[in-house]
Design a binder for this molecule. Structure first.
Ligand code: EPZ
Length: 426
């Protein structure tokens, strides 16, 4: 099992390029099921979750030609050979639920293993199912499977009780082939949803309002092939900018797009960073200053993203002052706090609030990753801790960050991937 060995103390300085967004790539790959013609994608990140999704599409009968080196793939779902997304695959990646809507809309039937919970919460999919029922599908859950059937979905108006990203994506994809118009209210507004809608519209769908709380989809009879470039990964960009702030350095991320992470940039400025945004890049300069503690309160987009919560908790651990971190989206997303305490962090967790008292220095130690973004927080802490930090179970990281240790090394960090830790770090 791979680990990351980090020698703390390097001040990051330099430029890296943003990768394509994992949370756009996954639904966009699944949207290929809606058409019998080829969907040609570029800027796909080289991630375990992308490879898992491509495997799932092949299981369903789609032809997938992918070149991870160039980040391109062509998916042709001319004929689907099964309606079933197997447990073996779904249990490794909850986002497999994103084949439910497209499979049902395209073939009239879908059988998808019910995604279990995960480290950060129960992660129910009740809104996905209620939305499909509202479109006329018969949906039953038995034997650990979701079984949905509909000769043809019917357009409807559906209010989502909770803002859900993949719920919005599943229902938006299903609605593209429904009879009539669907209006999704209280929809999630994440940029990845607008990117998915842009891809679907290129395929001939008629979607308006994506990126706002009300999305309108006029159903069509069929979708055709298209070309689409996946938007940059705002969470990867934010992670590297926080690394620059924590190490008091200067980091530029090229290909960062704009308007993707304003709430994060404002918080970095509050922490004392100088942030510059131009058409193609975002630069952060800490000019050697120690970050000031900041308060963060996670919320659906355009609020502060829950996927950046662990990274800011890590920054607060070494900041000047006391910062509070309030997690409102998931019920169990503070596991990194326990691991950060192993590095000497002063964190008190009370319900969904963590009070972090900044310290001048953390002490390197072996720590364990529990979920994707928690792992990122631990790596960031290791960059500033003294001596060595060994992060175990980094398969979590490989799901969501492309060539992470290479990019950190490009910025001057001392990070290496090991499969067996040297004695002194154990
Ligand atoms: C997406 O997960 C992202 N994953 C997550 O990123 C991200 O943290 C999350 O959105 C919030 O931004 C992908 O896009 C693949 P939700 P998702 O449905 O869609 C509740 C990462 O690290 N809910 O928006 O599963 C749910 O319990 C991952 O890249 C219901 O109650 O999240 C949660 O409390 C982690 N019923 C809240 O809504 C439902 O039917 C938001 O969840 C659906 C969700």
């Amino acid at each position: 099992m791979d680990k990351l060995l980090i020698e703390g103390g390097a001040r990051l300085n330099g430029t890296i390029c943003a990768s394509g967004a994992k949370n756009a790539a996954l639904p966009i790959l699944c949207s290929a099921l809606l058409s019998a013609e080829p969907l040609r994608l570029t800027n796909l990140p080289q991630l375990q979750d992308v490879r898992t999704t491509q495997r799932l599409l092949r299981e369903l009968g789609a032809e997938v030609e992918a070149d991870a080196e160039t980040g391109t793939a062509t998916i042709t779902a001319a004929t689907l050979t099964t309606h079933t997304a197997p447990y073996e695959l779904v249990k490794t990646m909850r986002a497999s639920i994103l084949v439910l809507g497209p499979l049902l809309a395209r073939s009239g039937e879908a059988r998808v293993s019910l995604p279990g919970g995960c480290a950060i919460g129960a992660r129910p999919v009740d809104i996905h199912l209620e939305g499909l029922r509202a479109m006329g599908a018969e949906v039953i859950v038995e034997g650990g499977f979701i079984h949905a059937r509909a000769s043809r979905l019917k357009g409807t108006r559906f209010f989502m009780d909770t803002v859900t990203v993949t719920g919005t994506e599943n229902l938006m994809m299903a609605a593209t082939l429904a009879e009539g118009t669907t209006v999704l209210e209280n929809a999630a507004r994440e940029p990845e949803i607008a990117d998915l809608a842009a891809c679907l519209n290129a395929m001939g769908a008629r979607i308006s309002g994506a990126g706002t709380a009300t999305i309108t989809v006029e159903g069509v009879d069929a979708l055709h092939g298209a070309d689409h470039r996946v938007l940059p990964d705002r969470i990867e960009i934010g992670t590297f900018l926080v690394a620059g702030a924590m190490t008091r350095g200067q980091v530029t991320v090229r290909g960062a797009g704009s308007g993707l992470l304003d709430a994060v940039l404002r918080k970095l400025e509050q922490a004392g960073a100088t942030v510059m945004v131009d058409d193609d890049a975002i630069s952060l300069d800490m000019a050697g200053r120690r970050p000031q503690a900041v308060d963060v309160h996670t919320a659906p987009f355009p609020g502060f993203p829950t996927d950046m919560q662990a990274q800011f908790m890590a920054m607060n651990c070494i900041a000047e002052g006391v910062g509070t971190v309030v997690e409102t989206v998931f019920e169990n997303r503070f596991m990194h706090a326990l691991e950060l305490q192993r590095l000497g962090a002063d964190i008190r967790v009370e319900g969904n609030t963590a009070i972090v008292r900044g310290r001048e220095q953390l002490q390197g130690a072996p720590v364990m990753a529990t979920d994707l973004r928690a792992s990122a927080g631990l790596v960031l802490a290791g960059l500033v801790a003294d001596r060595h930090t060994l992060v175990d179970r980094i398969y979590h990281l490989d799901r969501g960050y492309e060539r992470l240790e290479e990019k950190f090394r490009d910025l001057g960090a001392h990070v290496q991937r090991v499969t067996r830790a040297p004695q002194e770090a154990a």
